[in-house]
Design a protein around this ligand. Structure first.
Ligand code: T5A
Length: 218
């Protein structure tokens, strides 16, 4: 796997946060936002699928439980349709102005959920990634990791389950394995965080990673 291409045009960084359901992305994105503010780093916070009105509509279609079986290829293409819109309308314009982008999930989630979870070939995802993104990749990926059962138990406490959360546990084991394999293959870009620990200890690991990412700014 090739090394990432820096997304920054004005020293701004493109950071993504990834992990299985209930791993604590939302909780820790709030922490990362506060950390960036304290450092005086201009940033926007966004998410995938979503981040623009059109992409948010696609998100609603993707997450809604439905009686009709959703074809895996249709799901994959909708993820990338939302992403194309998001990159061009939100992510690249922010980076061009020197504004950091903090994104809740990005293409790593496609490798993990559609590639791993749905057992689609990773080569199909690579082709779409090249087609939609060219060589545009996140500068750093904060991967929150914990045992699947712990994440699902946390997620279940929140109430109604979306279409992905209704998948069987085996699906999420494949998702987690795919994430961990990507982190192993590309250690310079991934910051692996043990998210099973207390929130306080999770956030110590995240701030250590953020300090290094900020120090690496050219
Ligand atoms: N998807 C997405 C794809 O299939 N392909 C793609 O390409 C993309 C981009 C999106 C769905 O779309 C799929 C993946 C997803 O299924 P989402 O909203 O991004 O949905 O994903 P969710 O995982 O559902 O995100 P959530 O926001 O619902 O979960 P979080 O953010 O991981 O978890 P969070 O922060 O809400 O925490 C869950 C609970 O745990 C507690 C929190 O207080 C909360 O109650 N908690 C802790 N408790 C103890 N110790 C800690 N350290 C804790 N950290 C958090």
């Amino acid at each position: 796997m090739s090394e990432p291409t820096k997304s920054n045009l004005n020293n701004a960084r493109f950071l993504t946060v990834e992990g299985v359901e209930g791993v604590g992305k939302t909780t820790n994105i709030t922490f990362i936002s506060a950390w960036l503010e304290e450092q005086g780093v201009p940033y926007i916070h966004t998410r995938e699928p979503g981040g623009t009105p059109l992409a948010e509509e696609l998100r609603s279609l993707l997450l809604a439980p439905r009686d009709e079986q959703v074809d895996a290829t249709a799901e994959l293409l909708m993820m990338f349709a939302a992403r194309a819109q998001h990159i061009e309308q939100v992510i690249k314009p922010a980076l061009a102005k020197g504004i950091w982008v903090l994104c809740d999930r990005f293409t790593d989630a496609t490798y993990a959920y559609q590639g791993g979870g749905r057992n689609m070939g990773f080569d199909k995802i690579q082709q779409l990634e090249s087609f939609v993104q060219g060589d545009f990749r996140p500068d750093a990926v904060i991967l929150l990791d914990l045992p699947v059962a712990v994440g699902l138990a946390r997620a279940a406490k929140r109430g109604a389950l979306d279409r992905f959360e209704q998948e069987a546990e085996g699906f999420f084991h494949r998702v987690r394995d795919a994430y961990l394999n990507r982190a192993k293959e590309n250690p310079s870009r991934y910051w692996l965080v043990d998210a099973e620990q207390s929130l306080e200890l999770v956030q110590v690991q995240i701030s250590n990673a953020l300090q290094k990412i900020l120090a690496d700014q050219v």
